[in-house]
Design a protein around this ligand. Structure first.
Ligand code: NAD
Length: 662
């Protein structure tokens, strides 16, 4: 317990002089958490609630398992398999007591001076459907019949510690019409709406008297954004159309139905390796999903959208949605559509934008900047986690004077980093010696500077620069350390990283109990556990770290590449050296994959977040890949309740088909 604050003077009673003075009442530090997403859930779950008085504020009283939302759009899963009521986590299962206070409300503003959060009820979002019944005995407390405006009041929650984990929202980039006409896929309601709209379009197109052009427009499903959300959604839409709608609607109508994916960059799934990206395109081609890469959507109207071509047309642009009519570079064309999903990346929510304006240290940033321990820059007791935060670690270049002291030889050996304050010498040394010292102290340094972690900086590259023959002076050391600073990338806004940050912070808050001691905690360094995506046709793709190589034995039928990190030509089965890289059962498809040489450079791309190690594993489809994908997601779910619902939903969809009612 810490920071026992005496009660305000007005509440203190002066004891009679004959009585012993009471000891000040100790209270637990008030901890306010904003959000019920990946970061907040993992934080609440792992935090020792006996140490803090915990209050959670979020506009939704459930956690959403976001990776499975595309499956809800297609009806493969029911919404209940993806949501976890938050109140389950407010109750201590051992004592049966509620040990977390939860308010379903929006955090409207934060006052860093008064240390309080201003909140507004989220109940106003619910529309009253029935008129209130007149009651003979009015209830003394707000009942469900009291008009919703009554809840529309602001209330304040004071905090000693604040954890902001409000996530991100879809980024519209202020493109005209996106907010008005497109659908997003971030919440369970979005998935429900998308499903309704897809069904609606099929039913409308089937009505007699609807023109051919209109039918074609209604059945054109467009997904904007070739990231994992867009790819998985496009794959699920196509599976649904192919496997289920085709059973109930005539062939003429099914021939008109199409799914188009529009992506600004040349590659699908940019955060995956080149091999995965290439394989995804291949599966999409087989499924009939048109991929319009290097096109940017510049405007969306009610029935058409404007797309801009970003590159010179090539003779083999055969995978386009509407004919083969790629306009000249920089030119636009109109495309009719019946439904559009906007999955073009994430931006900041209103609260984060307010914080960015409020604090001097945050001005001009796109995400809330936090230090290595996830503390919001410009504050001492506010932490930010997940998609709303960006780690800006303290600069190692600024620690150059201390490092230089430690590196200088002293009586024949180097000093460890912990003894940096003990000695000053001005001797110069070679670059190789400096790097050697940095490598041998890497673990200690990484506890203070995440940019020094072996997963973030690869010293092999530095050694290969062969500076070791030169004398190495202080300024060169500083420049070298500045290059390590520049090399650092904050963790990507993924569910995996948000969950790890939640667990890390809960651990910090449990082990380091006072405000001052929290500054001593080691910094956060994410661990890449691989990336997975469903690409349709019962196929999943994955990039996995090498320590999971045992899993490759569970993947008969798929292509498993052990990919070298350094620049290598793509594996070619006709080359005896390269055949070693293509392991396990090579299907016919796999051989075609590896030998297709037209996108050679693409295959060398590393998955983002991958360890700077020599190898990673890349799983490309195969009979068992979707089973693997399912097993991973089942294991990632928070409770057995959800695992059971999800398993039943998958079995139901597999054996009985998806639900085609709205
Ligand atoms: P994203 O940022 O990963 O991808 C958005 C894509 O949209 C980009 O490739 C961008 O080039 C494209 N784009 C942007 N504006 C465009 C425009 N005007 N026209 C056409 N294309 C445009 O977004 P996401 O897929 O929503 O993912 C968000 C985050 O969540 C990412 O970090 C992602 O890794 C993570 N995520 C991961 C998984 C998974 O691992 N399976 C699933 C979902 C999300």
């Amino acid at each position: 317990l810490e920071e026992a604050k005496p009660l305000p003077p007005s509440q203190q009673l002066e004891p009679p002089s004959s009585m012993p003075r009471p000891r000040p009442i100790k209270r637990r530090a008030r901890m306010v958490i904003l959000g019920t997403g990946w970061a907040a859930m993992n934080f609440v779950k792992d935090l020792d609630k006996e140490l803090y008085d915990v209050t959670v504020v979020s506009p939704r009283n459930y956690f959403t398992f976001t990776p499975l939302l595309p499956s809800v759009c297609s009806g493969t899963l029911t919404p209940f398999s993806c949501i976890e009521p938050f109140r389950h986590f407010c109750r201590n299962p051992k004592t049966g007591k509620v040990d977390v206070t939860f308010y379903e409300a929006y955090a409207e503003d934060i006052s860093f001076v008064q240390q309080r959060v201003t909140c507004k009820s989220a109940a106003q979002q619910v529309k009253a459907r029935s008129k209130p019944k007149p009651s003979a005995h009015p209830l003394p407390f707000p009942s469900e019949y009291i008009p919703l405006e009554e809840y529309d009041t602001l209330f304040h929650i004071p905090y000693d510690y604040l954890v902001v984990a409000v996530g991100a929202q879809n980024n519209t980039y202020n493109i005209p019409g996106v907010e008005e006409y497109s659908y997003f896929l971030k919440e369970i309601e979005h998935a429900r709406d998308i499903r309704k709209r897809i069904m609606n379009n099929f039913e409308k197109a089937y009505l007699p008297g609807v023109s051919y052009e209109e039918k074609e427009r209604l059945l054109h499903f467009v997904v904007v954004g070739g990231g994992p959300t867009g790819v998985e959604a496009a794959a699920e839409f196509m599976d649904f159309i192919r496997d289920d709608m085709s059973k109930y609607f005539p062939e003429e109508l099914m021939l008109m139905a199409k799914v188009t994916l529009i992506e600004m960059s040349p590659r699908l799934l940019p955060m995956f390796s080149g091999a995965v990206s290439k394989h995804t395109r291949k599966v999409f081609k087989k499924l009939g999903i048109s991929v319009m890469s290097e096109y940017a959507v510049s405007e969306i109207k009610e029935k058409t959208m404007t797309v801009k071509n970003l590159r010179t047309p090539r003779p083999y642009d055969e995978d386009e949605a509407i004919g083969k009519d790629r306009p000249a570079q920089g030119e636009t064309k109109e495309m009719p559509y019946g439904f559009v999903l906007w999955a073009a990346g994430v931006g900041q929510v209103e609260l984060s934008q307010k914080v960015l304006q409020k604090l001097r240290e945050q001005k001009g940033r796109s995400r809330m900047a936090v230090d290595g321990q996830l503390r919001l820059l410009g504050t001492e007791n506010v932490y930010c986690l997940g998609d709303c935060a960006e780690i800006v670690p303290k600069s190692i270049a600024e620690a150059a004077p201390d490092l230089w002291k430690c590196m200088a030889p002293h009586h024949g050996f180097f000093l460890p980093w912990d003894d940096r304050h003990k000695i000053v010498t001005q001797k110069t040394q070679t670059f190789a010696m400096a790097v050697q010292w940095l490598i041998s102290n890497q673990a200690q340094l990484a506890a203070d500077f995440p940019q020094m972690s072996p997963t973030k900086y690869d010293f092999r590259e530095a050694i290969e620069r062969k500076w070791d023959k030169k004398q190495f002076d202080y300024q060169q050391l500083k420049n070298f350390l500045a290059s390590i600073d520049e090399n650092y990338r904050s963790p990507a806004p993924t569910a995996q990283n948000a969950a790890q940050q939640g667990t890390y912070l809960a651990d910090t808050f449990t082990k380091f109990r006072t405000k001052a001691s929290k500054f001593e905690a080691p910094v956060f360094i994410e661990k890449w556990k691989g990336t997975l995506a469903y690409v349709g046709d019962s196929q999943a793709v994955a990039d996995l770290p090498p320590d999971l190589s045992a899993l490759t034995y569970l993947m008969p039928g798929g292509t498993i590449l052990k990919v070298e990190n350094d620049v290598q030509p793509p594996p070619n089965p006709s080359n005896s050296n390269d055949t070693e890289k293509i392991e396990e059962n090579k299907t016919e498809n796999a051989v075609q994959d590896a030998s297709a040489g037209e996108e050679e450079d693409d295959l060398r791309v590393m998955p983002s977040g991958a360890k700077k190690d020599d190898k990673f594993i890349c799983i490309l489809g195969g009979n068992f890949s979707s089973l693997f994908w399912r097993a991973v997601y089942l294991q990632e779910q928070m409770t057995w309740r959800n695992r059971i619902i999800t398993t039943f939903d998958w079995l139901k969809s597999h054996y009985l088909g998806r639900d085609v009612g709205r």
